[in-house]
Design a protein around this ligand. Structure first.
Ligand code: GUN
Length: 293
């Protein structure tokens, strides 16, 4: 039987409705959750992400404050913007869009974000808290994957989960989050050094592909009845597409959906969740600042 398609747009909209309830409650107390966004350079994908984040803020009762610098900016210039946002009481969350242009010290810049405003969950302090299973802001794309699984009714407690990919933004945090006591999955971390990848993925009751390789996961690599989450957003040239490219996942969707029990499409699966979880984290930060959470 073909898999149930996990509709990321629908789940994202359900969560955004919850965010709107929360921002309305804050508004009645004169508080508007604020997201400070720093964009350095003009990478088209980053510009498009940032535009999407600001639009989502406006639509859901949050404010956004954008600061742009040219790709030639220095560490000191970017750090000055981070510091200003750290001090600004109207800003409850700070997002430095990644990747930063070459030459900038990403670790230093991300590390300068106040942990209490690190709604992207990328500072070393937040990552430490996550690893220690302490309360923290969870990085948005991994948190979005978890919400998709949870809201599909798939049991994570005790499940065998396999994560394919170990990026700092997605794979590593996922490996971490899935083992939290509140989630309690058993996790295998696969990456480019993994021998016989298929032997691992075939064991997965929950399979999360975040390797950034088009069509890496084929149907023969998937356990019948698995829940398959595809984080891949690979741009594949296509002259018939409006922008000249199409987004393709890491999973061979057409074939795998005949084997899995749940599957996320690309686009329309994990993608809409990332910005949504940023709204959730920023709203939570504002609630915490006001002593309401
Ligand atoms: N670039 C791609 N995804 C992300 C993300 O989740 N956060 C930031 N800051 N940059 C990104």
């Amino acid at each position: 039987m073909a898999a149930q398609i996990i509709d990321g747009k629908k789940v994202a909209e359900d969560i955004r409705a919850e965010v709107r309830d929360r921002t309305a409650r804050l508004a009645s107390k004169g508080i508007v959750p604020g997201l400070g966004v720093i964009l350095v350079g003009e990478d088209p994908a980053s510009v498009s992400y940032v535009t999407g984040k600001e639009k989502a803020c406006a639509e859901n009762g949050l404010a956004s404050f954008e600061r742009r610098l040219p790709a030639t900016a220095t560490d000191a210039q970017v750090l000055a913007l981070v510091e200003a946002f750290n001090k600004d009481p109207k800003v409850h969350g700070i997002l430095v869009q990644l990747p930063l242009p070459r030459g900038l010290d990403e670790r230093k810049i991300i590390g300068a974000i106040s942990p209490d405003k690190d709604v992207d969950g990328l500072t070393p302090i937040n990552i430490g808290r996550m690893s220690l299973d302490e309360p923290c802001f969870l990085p948005c794309t991994p948190a979005g994957c978890i919400e998709l699984i949870r809201r599909s009714g798939v049991v994570m407690d005790g499940a065998r989960a396999v994560v394919v990919g170990r990026s700092n933004l997605v794979g590593r945090p996922l490996i971490n989050i899935l083992t939290r006591k509140s989630i309690n999955a058993t996790v295998t971390a696969c990456h480019t050094g993994t021998r016989n990848l298929a032997a691992h993925t075939r064991e997965a009751e929950i399979l999360i592909a975040c390797a950034g390789k088009v069509g890496l996961i084929t149907a023969d690599m998937v356990r019948p009845g698995a829940c398959v989450i595809d984080v891949g957003v690979n741009r594949v040239e296509d002259s018939t597409a409006k922008n000249g490219f199409r987004l393709k996942g890491d999973v061979d969707y057409a074939a795998v959906k005949e084997v899995a029990s749940f599957i996320t499409p690309v686009p329309g699966g994990v993608g809409p969740m990332t910005i949504t979880m940023l709204l959730v984290n920023t709203t939570l930060s504002a609630e915490r600042a006001a002593g309401l959470a």
